[in-house]
Design a protein around this ligand. Structure first.
Ligand SMILES: [Zn+2]
Length: 153
């Protein structure tokens, strides 16, 4: 969501903190991505959103921006579905539900997942981060799970 009259303070500060040069187009993209509150979107969805608020970007630019912001620690990338990437505007460590029915990514409540045991990383390695995707679907039984010939009637 854009607030055209608000100063670009948050976007500007985040860009500076992450070491990215705050050019005018980059500030516009950072405002769109980082000032709308925590959310998840595919590059395509964020591209449509940018166009809808009049930010003249190409899909390639959106991809570049997302990868740049992810590398700079401003966002994280969540891979779910069949290799589909979702970009998360909350860069802190947290876990996700992936709803197979709607294709949506939702945050798992904080502290709802606890690790009892983690593997010792190989020599010379440290654990950088842990991704957890809990796959969910609508609770109705799946039609494909029914065996042929078992339908009533
Ligand atoms: Zn998230």
């Amino acid at each position: 969501m854009m607030h055209p009259n608000r100063p670009n303070l948050l976007a500007l500060r985040k860009l500076k903190e992450s070491g990215l040069r705050p050019t005018r187009p980059r500030i516009a993209r950072a405002r769109l991505l980082l000032e709308g509150g925590p959310r998840h979107g595919t590059a395509e969805e964020l591209f449509q959103e940018a166009r809808a608020v009049g930010i003249p970007v190409s899909l390639a630019t959106v991809y570049n921006t997302l990868h740049q912001f992810t590398a700079a620690g401003l966002m994280t990338e969540v891979v779910a579905g069949s290799g589909q990437s979702y970009f998360d505007t909350n860069p802190t460590s947290h876990y996700h539900y992936f709803d197979k029915t709607t294709g949506e990514i939702i945050d798992v409540p904080e502290d709802a997942i606890q690790f009892v045991k983690l593997p010792e990383p190989p020599p010379g390695k440290v654990i950088d981060r842990i991704d957890v995707v809990v796959r969910i679907r609508n609770a109705q039984p799946r039609a494909s799970a029914r065996k042929p010939g078992t339908e009533p009637g």
